[in-house]
Design a protein around this ligand. Structure first.
Ligand code: UDP
Ligand code: MG
Length: 164
């Protein structure tokens, strides 16, 4: 069971996953959802949003000093397509989500990962995933109000998670 909004590190966790505007333009919404859903993860929040500049800046706040930061913020906020913001829940979903997404630079991303299969440019790598328990907690809080995140149980949970 979840003990905090973002879960228990190493156990059942929640992570923030976002399909960026290039991923939306390229018709990747269903593909991204499919990969998380088929693995056994649970979608507990989703919305389409053009992030206000302040939200994009805060989301990428740790990269403020980097030369690509202004371009990164304008890419996220252009409104040429929305961002599909999601929270996914499940065992080890933060780390596994990063594996499903693949390396930041698509040219280093393994075939079979989303970035590895669909993208070739670090500045257009289609998807975001929280990189740690701490950033997942912060990012979920930035993008979603508590009432936008749903607690619900799989009717078939015993077929996905075993205690033994
Ligand atoms: N980024 C970029 N150029 C770079 C590094 C990063 O445009 O040289 C962008 C890219 O969209 C990346 C995002 O900044 O996904 C955040 O960078 P981070 O290092 O956090 O990578 P991520 O966590 O997305 O894999
Ligand atoms: Mg990151």
């Amino acid at each position: 069971p979840l003990k905090t909004a973002a879960g228990v590190k190493g156990g059942v966790e929640r992570t923030f996953i976002a399909i960026k505007p290039d991923g939306v333009q390229r018709g990747m919404i269903s593909e991204v959802i499919h990969r998380f859903e088929r693995k056994g993860y649970k979608l507990v929040a989703i919305k389409a949003i053009v992030p206000p500049k302040a939200l994009a800046e805060e989301h990428y706040g740790d990269l403020k000093a980097r030369p690509f930061y202004p371009g990164l913020v304008s890419y996220m906020t252009s409104g040429k397509a929305p961002v599909i913001a999601m929270v996914w829940e499940g065992v080890d979903v933060i780390r596994q989500g990063r594996r499903i997404i693949g390396a930041t630079n698509p040219l280093d991303a393994e075939p079979g990962s989303i970035r590895g299969d669909y993208t070739i440019s670090v500045g257009r790598n289609a998807i975001h995933g929280s990189d740690s328990f701490e950033s997942a907690t912060i990012e979920i809080g930035l993008w979603f109000k508590p009432e936008e995140v749903y607690n619900w149980q799989f009717a078939h949970a015993e077929w996905i998670e075993s205690k033994n």
